[in-house]
Design a protein around this ligand. Structure first.
Ligand SMILES: [Zn+2]
Length: 256
């Protein structure tokens, strides 16, 4: 079991990861067949690394626990129930992060309009509200270098990430690491709301009130303690349970 990985069964991990795809789609945070959410499985018998990823070409709202593909750290397919393979190039960034950050069970990448917008301004995310204050001092940046993710850029992404869990990819989108799938999804939802609120607040032509650093830092600490408590339960907190019930209510049979 990777460092920091909670005792989650493989079937729970498949269910949670499929739920992550469905929830990101439900909240309008997907981008066609692009971007990925990956989850790290416990190591195989030889210490081999294994990850779950979406089948190539499926929309996020078509992902189920049973059609997730198992790949190794290079993106090579180990198990592929659906038979469409994976987007190997798209997995390269996830692979690099997973191999460097064993505390991350889930790596979640988005291209949302609000996320791309905030990643595209020098100031990045401002502490303008409770959603964004939770990320105060927690966000790192990686400059855009083009679509191709070569080995050198992978190393720079890992170096830029350091020990943080939230990255704004300049002019590109967001990258989130979760100690559980649930944590990554909650970060993504809250970061998206933060970015939308910032775009809205700065579009009125009025003067924004930016929270003082000490208040923002205090708020970030409060959130961090709450997230830590959730992870003590493997990410299975009431909010995640409520999100799963949302899927059950909106999409009967989504989990197969
Ligand atoms: Zn991307």
């Amino acid at each position: 079991m990777p460092d920091g990985m909670t005792a989650t069964s493989t079937s729970d991990l498949r269910r949670d990861l499929a739920a992550a795809y469905r929830l990101i789609a439900h909240f309008g945070m997907d981008d066609g067949i692009y971007t990925h959410i990956s989850a790290r499985l416990p190591d195989g018998p030889e210490g081999d690394k294994r990850f779950l990823l979406n089948p190539y070409g499926l929309r996020f709202d078509e992902v189920t626990p049973d059609n997730l593909v198992t790949v190794d750290e290079t993106g090579a397919v180990i198990d592929d129930p659906y038979g469409a393979g994976v987007n190997e190039a798209g997995f390269t960034i996830h692979s690099a992060v997973h191999m460097a950050r064993h505390d991350a069970v889930c790596v979640l990448h988005t291209h949302t309009v609000a996320g791309v917008a905030v990643s595209s301004v020098q100031e990045g995310l401002l502490p303008l509200n409770q959603w964004s204050a939770q990320f105060f001092g927690q966000i790192v940046f990686h400059d855009y270098e083009g679509i191709a993710l070569n080995l050198e850029e992978r190393a720079r992404i890992v170096a830029d990430l350091g020990d943080k869990r939230v990255m704004l990819l300049r002019n590109h989108g967001t990258l989130l690491l979760g100690r559980s799938v649930a944590e990554a999804v909650k970060y993504a939802i809250n970061l998206e709301r933060s970015c939308k609120a910032q775009v809205a607040a700065l579009s009125m032509g009025l003067t924004p009130v930016v929270l003082p650093d000490d208040v923002a830092a205090h708020t970030a600490g409060q959130y961090a303690r709450a997230y830590d408590k959730m992870e003590e339960q493997g990410g299975r907190d009431p909010e995640w349970a409520a999100l799963l019930r949302l899927l059950d209510a909106k999409i009967p049979g989504w989990a197969g």
